[in-house]
Each structure stands twice: as C-alpha cells, then as structure tokens.
Design a binder for this molecule. Sequence first.
Ligand SMILES: NC(=O)c1ccc[n+]([C@@H]2O[C@H](COP(=O)([O-])OP(=O)(O)OC[C@H]3O[C@@H](n4cnc5c(N)ncnc54)[C@H](OP(=O)(O)O)[C@@H]3O)[C@@H](O)[C@H]2O)c1
Length: 471
Amino acid sequence: MLCVSLTAADLPFAPARHDTALAVEVRLDFFEEDVDAEALRAATAGPLLATFRSRHHFGRGAAADRDGVGLQQRWACLAADFDWIDLELDENNLAEKIRVVQEAGKKVVLSHHSLEAGVDLEPFLKQALATKADIIKIIGTGGSGADFAGQRHLYALAGERPLVHFYMGGDFYASRVLALRYGAPFTFVAKNEKAAVAPGQIGIETMRGLFGDRAGHFQAFAVLGRPIAHSRSPRYHTPALRAINDEALFVPLPGENDGELQQLLATFPELLGAAVTKPLKEAAARLADGYLHPEAGSLGAVNTLLRDGSGWRAANTDYLAMQDILARDVPADAVVRVIGYGGLGKAVVLACRKLGRPVEVTNRSVAKLHDLPDGVTAVPWAERHREGAFALVQATSVGMSPHQDASPLEVIPNGVGLLIETIYNPAETRLMQKAAAAGVRVVDGHVLFEKQAAHQNRLFREALSAESGAD
Ligand SMILES: NC(=O)c1ccc[n+]([C@@H]2O[C@H](COP(=O)([O-])OP(=O)(O)OC[C@H]3O[C@@H](n4cnc5c(N)ncnc54)[C@H](OP(=O)(O)O)[C@@H]3O)[C@@H](O)[C@H]2O)c1
C-alpha cells in the first residue's frame, strides 16, 4: 500500500476519494487551523493516518505541543474514525497513549526519524519493538550505500512485526521502493514529484507505474553512481524488463568508491545486472572478473556489470555504441580525430581500431598522449584545429551544462565533414552550433546515449530471460 501525505495546501481533498489502495496521512503539524476530521473521513475511501510531527522528527510542530494541541487534534481524528494514529517514539506516556488508540479499535504507527546520516538505527528499532505499537516506522537520513545493508538488517530484526523503514534523501529513494518489497505495510509517496514533503519522496504514478507496490520476491537491476537521484535509467530500462518478468525492479543505488560498490553488490543477491555511472566506472573495472568483449578490458572503465556465478562480467556499451555510429557514419578510409582521451575517448579509439578506421587523438593534458596504442596518431592540443581529419568525435566534458558557452574547439578544422558530439546536456552544444554554421553534418550526444542504453538493455533482457527461464 502507498501512503500520501496531505497538508493544508492540498485541500479541498479529492485525489484519493475512491482509491481504497491509497492510505492518506494527514499532517496536522502543517495545518494552521483545526482540521475537519469528520469531513476528511467522509471524503476518503482508504485508511487515514493522523500525524502531528514534531520538529526534531522532521516536522513543524513543537515537541511540547505533542501533549497539547497536537494530541487534541489526533484524538479528534481517532473519534472521527481514522484508522491509524501516529505517535513518536520519544513521546511522554507512550504506553498509555498506545492503549487509548488500541482500545478504540485503531492502530498505532510508532515513528522515529533520524535527521543525521550515519546514525545506528538498531537501538530505536529495539526500543519500538518493546512497545505494543501495531506498525513501527523508523526513518533514517541517507549517508552511504551501506544504508541499504542496514535497511535489510532492520527488516530481518523486525521479523513479523510490521515495519516501515527507509532513508530520506534524493539519492536514497530506492529505499522507499525496497521497503515495500521487504514487506512494509506502506511506504510514503507524494501526489506528484513537485508536491514531495520529504527529500526523496516520489510521486504515486512513478511508484505504481515504474516500481510497483507489491511485497515479496523480486529480480533486480540497478544504476550505480552518485549523484544518482536524477538518473534516467530506471525509466529507460524498466518497461522492457517488466515485459519479460513483472517482478523485475530497476533501482538507483548511490555509491562513490570501491568499498561502497562492493557493498552494494553484496547487499543485493537479487541483482542480475547494473548500469554503472560516475564516479564508479573505474571501480567497476577493478572489480570485474572478466569481460564480455575481452578487448574492452584495456579501457579501465566499464558502464555495465552482469552477474556471472559468484562474480561479475563487465561490458562497456559506450564502446559498442561508438562502433555502431562509426560504422554507419564514417567511410572506411576517413580519418577520425578524437578530442579528449578520458574514459570515453579511450572507448572511441578502441572502436576505431576494431573497425580499422584511421584514428588521431588530441588531449589537453599531454601525458595521456604518451601511451597511445600502436597505429594511433597523437595530435598536440595546440594543433587540434589542423587539417587532416574527416570526422571529429568530441569526447571532452567541455561545453556541458552549466558551462554550455564553452567549446573545446574555436573553429571547425578545414576538411571536416562530420561532428559526433557526446555531450547530451545541453542538447545542442556550442561546438555543434559552430559545426552546423560551417555546413558540417552533426550527430548529437543523444545518439550515443540511446545506443549505449539500448545495448545495455539488450544485455539486461538476456540476463533476465536466462534467470526467469531457469526459475
Ligand atoms: N552520450 C553518452 O552516452 C555519454 C557517455 C559517456 C560520456 N559522455 C560524455 O563524454 C564526456 C567525457 O566523459 P569521460 O567519461 O571520458 O570523462 P573523463 O574520463 O573525466 O575525461 C574528461 C575528458 O575531458 C577533458 N577535459 C576536461 N576539462 C577540459 C578542459 N577545460 N579543456 C580541455 N579538455 C578538458 C579531459 O582532459 P584532461 O585529460 O586534460 O583532463 C579528458 O580528456 C562527458 O562530458 C560526458 O558527458 C557521454
């Protein structure tokens, strides 16, 4: 079940009127005036939860008001036939308040919030387990990928006791999704993404459409990196995976170093594959046990991991996508000049060599040009505008938002007939504008993005089909 939080700004209240699978939390601490509890009850088909959240539990109410106005309002909701009453773990006379709610035939949601990252939440869970509360709610603040192991640990500790447990923070929204899969009686959602009342809350439609709202078994894929909240990967990959197996789940998981990557992979035995993004591409290469395309092992950066027994097989789908683009758009003998020799530049050079295309490389830092593979021509950065190339592949980060006025080239070199841009934000870079003005054909950064994602999606579908067939 999903639970949407309602504040005064949401009145008059309509969205959940007929939706019995949607619980509604009335955030009494957000209301300036008394709430008409009877009217809300009459307007709501699903369970109603009355909450007066104090400031040190991430609300607006004063702790002292929990026994004053905050308690009166909650008791009014109880009298109006609300289903659940929220109490905070550190309230006065907790056992007595729990008794009042339960004697009225209703349920207690006993809440604790930690507003700082890295807090051990186990003592709070144990304290809550020692009460007679019907539903325990322990909310942390996301700090590192280790929190996802902590989440599983707390669900194991809670056993059969109903527990809602996740971590606030945009990069940690997957924990809200996973809570349901681990058996939470509900998780919080917003009416839509813009109406979120806590960091990391996602909209009802996103939850239902993209992640589902069921408990139980699942087969998972993830995108790993940090920041990760705004990754488009869940939206991109989920529909095709769901078409194969409707228990498939694709979640964003935050990690920024080798240790976190290893821990995230170990936390989820359900993971069949992962997309890897900044800053974990090199860490993923260090962790990989083997490569789908052995020559890609030389790149030192991978963007795809596939479970292979007890280890992980790696792929670099930027490399595969660049082969597609070069094979399609660059004539066999035409010279390719790669601007930038970072992770992506190396993948482009390898793709050229695989296809037998003549290739040159230029890079701002000269040191990177000292160990180019055999047959690859180094072009000093100061000479990057010289003639001699047909195709330019722009593989630096220069011109990316928010620095969209920058360009790695001042002019398009003479003789160039094609620019392949790899930046997709902004959709049209300053360099693309220069190329278009010079009459040069342009392939924009979305083409690479779409093609590498399509290769990834195919690999994930193969993994899921193999696993689903084996079940
Ligand atoms: N479309 C897609 O799907 C896709 C996929 C992957 C990457 N990309 C894009 O590719 C770009 C590079 O990614 P990456 O993974 O290769 O990053 P990376 O390994 O960090 O390499 C960055 C490259 O940019 C160069 N650079 C950075 N600032 C510069 C400056 N001010 N002047 C000149 N050169 C500069 C670096 O040169 P130095 O060695 O001198 O620092 C290096 O060659 C990113 O902008 C990303 O948007 C797109």
